[in-house]
Design a protein around this ligand. Structure first.
Ligand code: TMP
Ligand code: ASP
Length: 239
């Protein structure tokens, strides 16, 4: 499949058209940002890891019944995906308190929830991705009630599947962000990426952070953490 014009450049990826109007090529960059782009940097090799990790996890999800945009990995950094119209919601599932949840509600990082939580943010950089509830999403016309119901169901299903898989790799899935999109016929599928940029992944034995928090919080060892979590995934791919 041939890459045509660039349609969009985000903080971590570029998206290209192809000769097929229903397919796009995503190209992963090493660029990293945090705090809505205020902090900028590079994580060497990140694009290669995020591309491969996201593709493997999406194939795993697809097999288990979660529809995704994944079509085919084209190269180390490039993947063919189904074209979708992104639903402008950041869907966050949390199993353990961390990050903005801990800050907002005054809960220590590491407190394990009795059941997973879901929250939505309005995907809008200018507004700083504000938290919203489903009633707000409906008022803003961001999605229909039926779409929100589907998104919620697929997000929790994804959590069950990923949590079990990461656990088999000795990694605790603390929380993660998903984005969904609509195919041209309106079907809602999982899109964007699933990677250490978009998940909190802690070593199950030591609690060591193996994700982008090392970059956000200047903890050092960012590249090593990405490589380590990828190594764990590859080792346990077949279990
Ligand atoms: P938070 O605790 O900062 O709200 O982050 C929750 C999860 O969402 C965490 O795994 C990181 C991920 N995330 C993104 O993928 N993109 C973002 O812009 C933010 C703020 C968080
Ligand atoms: N998406 C955030 C940013 O805009 C990065 C993050 O915290 O993951 O820079």
């Amino acid at each position: 499949m041939e890459k045509r014009e660039m349609l969009y450049e985000g903080k971590a990826k570029r998206v290209y058209a192809t000769e097929d109007p229903e397919l796009l090529i995503v190209s992963y960059k090493d660029d990293a940002t945090a705090f809505n782009g205020l902090k900028k940097g590079t994580i060497a090799g990140k694009g290669v890891i995020n591309n491969e990790m996201s593709n493997r996890l999406m194939q795993r999800l697809e097999k288990a019944g979660v529809p995704t945009h994944f079509v085919e990995e084209l190269s180390e950094r490039e993947t063919l995906v189904k074209r979708v119209q992104i639903v402008p919601l950041e869907v966050i599932i949390r199993n353990i308190a961390a990050g903005s949840f801990s800050k907002r509600y005054g809960v220590e990082e590491g407190v394990v929830f009795s059941q997973p939580t879901i929250e939505f943010s309005y995907k809008n950089d200018e507004l700083g991705d504000p938290l919203l509830n489903t009633s707000h999403a409906l008022a803003l016309g961001l999605a229909t009630q039926e779409e929100i119901d589907t998104i919620r169901r697929l997000a929790f299903q994804t959590n069950d599947l990923l949590r079990a898989f990461w656990s088999s790799c000795g990694v605790t899935l603390v929380d993660f962000k998903l984005e969904f999109g609509r195919l041209s016929d309106g079907t809602v599928i999982l899109a964007d990426e699933i990677s250490p940029d978009t998940c909190r992944l802690w070593d199950a034995a030591t609690g060591e952070k193996l994700d982008k928090d090392r970059f956000r919080r200047d903890l050092g060892g960012v590249e090593d953490a990405y490589a380590e979590v990828m190594r764990r995934l590859m080792e346990h791919e077949d279990c």
